[in-house]
Design a protein around this ligand. Structure first.
Ligand SMILES: [Zn+2]
Length: 475
């Protein structure tokens, strides 16, 4: 883009100045420093040319389309009229009238501090037209640049933020406009920083990222070049963002997999350890001919339990250990909680497949000893913790069914053998005796009657076998 000398000088004096070209190739510079004011009168479209003084818009063609262009106080431009540099600006009076102000700085392009003439009227620049005494008709919107789409966008954006309903079609553009403005803002700030760095640099050549940045005069980059760089910058940032997201996602995935792997390894180790321990235990039992249950003193057992380090953190110190003991008859469970890592381990005197209560109850039943007698026996061996009466008989009731069933099978086998034996000998009569007794072992009102074979000549029986029996119980 060709830039006339006067605008080059202005542009280099203030970074808030922006260059625009009109359709007739003349130029104007917009000063973006003042904030554009949206007044109450801008809440509805009203043409300033046609209507009353309340109008705040020009209804004119922009890019061949009739558009409502807002006349906003704060809008300021520089332009050249008849070889002189003018500043045209829109202001607002105390009674909310839109004021059209102008300043003539004269023809000296290098000095715009010298005011030759100025005026400010709510007259749509009629005073300016009179001042320059133009013969031809001057279009004020054209002079202000209100038919340049870039400027219209700036003005409409200001109104849109306050009265969005006026420009519904502007909504999608507004979003991208904001993004663009923001991006440009960021680049401009960085550009200023770079300029300072270049200026502070003492060397003739300044390089950054392998690029040569000259310290000489300001180089103007045209719009397309600038936007291309901006687009590439956006694309690169997006790529970087996507890549980072992917990295984060993959990292999380790796962490999860590693965690699971560790857990699996731990479990395997624990399982290995458990297996080794069981194998070792079995080996010791076998080698030392310990067989099954051994009697252990309560003190010794507790002593061993409390010496165990925490299964989780390995703490051995007693002050961190909290114990809770629960007993069910002969079964004892000790829960040791570690205060340090808040985990707990359970120790018991029973194996998972053995229930001492059932064993003792059954022992009483099979041995023909009642609960009291059994208690005495155990107490003499130092086992003072006992199963209560109800539980004891409950356990026996459970076992009793099995014993009756097993006894039934046994009697059945014996009877068949006896019959077979008599058949072979041709005998027709089986000599039997009968016995009946009340149970004194179980606390049950029951009596059993049994038929006993009166002979010792059956193979495999050294005693007189019972060949039938029945149990009756009082309801
Ligand atoms: Zn612990």
């Amino acid at each position: 883009m060709f830039t006339p000398q006067w605008s080059k000088i202005l542009l280099s004096s203030n970074t808030n100045y922006q260059l625009y070209s009109r359709i007739n190739k003349s130029y104007l510079i917009m000063d973006t420093t003042p904030v554009l004011q949206v007044l109450d009168k801008h809440s509805q479209f009203q043409d300033i040319v046609r209507g009353s003084a309340d109008g705040g818009y020009y209804h004119i063609k922009v890019d061949n389309e009739k558009t409502w262009v807002p006349i906003l106080p704060g809008y300021t431009i520089f332009t050249k009229i008849k070889n002189s540099i003018f500043q045209l600006s829109i202001n607002v009076s105390n009674d909310q009238k839109i004021m059209f102000s102008w300043i003539n700085f004269g023809e000296n392009e290098n000095d715009i501090s010298n005011i030759i003439a100025s005026n400010s009227q709510p007259d749509q620049f009629q005073s300016l037209i009179a001042y320059i005494s133009s013969n031809g008709s001057i279009s004020i919107p054209n002079l202000l640049g209100f038919n340049i789409s870039g400027i219209v966008r700036v003005l409409v954006t200001a109104v849109y933020q306050k009265y969005p309903h006026l420009y519904p079609q502007f909504q999608p553009i507004f979003k991208t406009y904001q993004v663009t403005e923001k991006t440009i803002g960021v680049v401009q700030r960085k550009a200023k920083r770079l300029r300072r760095e270049v200026e502070d640099s003492s060397s003739e050549t300044f390089t950054c990222e392998g690029l040569l940045i000259t310290t000489g005069e300001t180089k103007h980059v045209n719009y397309e070049v600038f936007m291309t760089l901006l687009i590439e910058n956006k694309q690169t940032k997006q790529l970087l963002y996507n890549a980072n997201r992917q990295i984060k996602h993959l990292r999380q995935k790796i962490d999860t997999i590693m965690h699971e792997q560790n857990k699996m390894d731990d479990n395997e180790e624990n399982e290995d350890q458990e297996e080794c321990l069981m194998a070792r235990v079995n080996k010791i039992i076998e080698e030392s001919k310990l067989r099954s249950t051994i009697l252990v003193s309560t003190e010794q057992f507790m002593y061993l339990v409390l010496q165990q380090p925490c299964g989780h953190c390995g703490e051995t110190c007693l002050i961190y250990k909290k114990t809770k003991v629960t007993t069910v008859g002969f079964g004892v469970k000790i829960l040791v909680s570690c205060q340090l890592c808040e985990t707990s381990s359970e120790y018991t005197n029973e194996s998972s497949n053995i229930n001492f209560n059932t064993c003792i109850a059954t022992a009483g039943l099979v041995g023909g000893i009642n609960r009291r007698s059994l208690q005495m026996v155990l107490a003499c061996a130092g086992i003072s913790l006992q199963l209560c009466k109800v539980s004891f008989h409950q356990r026996q009731a459970c076992t009793f069914e099995k014993i009756i069933s097993a006894a039934g099978t046994s009697a059945d086998i014996a009877l068949r053998k006896v019959i077979e034996h008599h058949k072979i000998q041709g005998k027709q009569i089986i000599p039997v005796s009968f016995d009946c007794s009340w149970s004194h072992v179980r606390n049950a009102h029951q009596a059993s009657g049994e038929m006993i074979y009166d002979g010792r000549d059956i193979d495999g029986y050294s005693y007189k076998p019972i060949i039938a029996f029945h149990i009756v119980e009082k309801p």
